[in-house]
Design a protein around this ligand. Structure first.
Ligand SMILES: [Zn+2]
Length: 193
């Protein structure tokens, strides 16, 4: 089974409370364009993320708002920010590093929530059954890219009725494997290493 491997650039997820702290009371995220996962969207708002004196500007915010705020960056971003981030699944924030977020109307400090997202495949239950995998399985995925064919291990399978079939990697992983910005095809392969 082939599926699209999409490249996730650095981004932020925010609670409604934090949207208002950064953009003003009563502010709601503005829809810019839809993402592949049903209901998810890129917002028009941008923020700056900061670690002490180091910062990255114009970081995207993905909507809709969530129950907890988190910042997903690449390992390269971590080096630039002099920040330590752990490779975690989205939402698994306990014990992760702090990060400051600055908006036009205010700033917040997350005591934890800075992560490098663990690569993963979103699947519906039907697709998972067809592929012979289940939620939380860890698989390997091959990508046949121009000049840099790569096998990604440690890919987590995430299954939900709400998902659309797609694998997500970050910009470091994409660049390392020469995956174009608009993605490439991937397939699960039976290999242990
Ligand atoms: Zn994803």
């Amino acid at each position: 089974m082939d599926f699209i491997v999409e490249v996730s650039a650095r981004h932020v997820h925010l609670t409604q409370e934090h949207v208002e702290a950064l953009f003003g009371e009563g502010h709601e995220l503005t829809f810019d364009r839809p993402l592949s996962q049903p209901g998810q969207f890129l917002s028009k708002e941008k923020v700056t993320i900061k670690n002490g004196e180091r910062k990255i500007e114009r970081v995207s915010i993905l909507g809709p708002v969530r129950k907890a705020s988190q910042v997903e960056i690449s390992k390269t971003d971590c080096v630039g920010l002099r920040a330590e981030a752990f490779i975690r699944e989205s939402g698994d924030l306990e014990g992760t590093a702090p990060i400051e977020i600055e908006g036009p109307e205010g700033s917040i400090t997350l005591p934890e929530g800075l992560i490098i997202a663990k690569r993963h495949i979103h699947m519906t239950p039907e697709t998972a059954a067809e592929a012979g995998v289940k939620d939380k399985d860890v698989v390997s995925v091959a990508v046949d890219t121009d000049g840099r064919k790569t096998i990604f291990g440690d890919v987590v399978v995430r299954v939900s009725e709400k998902f659309a079939l797609a694998m997500h990697i970050d910009t470091d992983e994409a660049n390392g494997a020469n995956v174009p910005r608009n993605g490439c095809q991937g397939r699960i392969i039976d290999i242990e290493f």
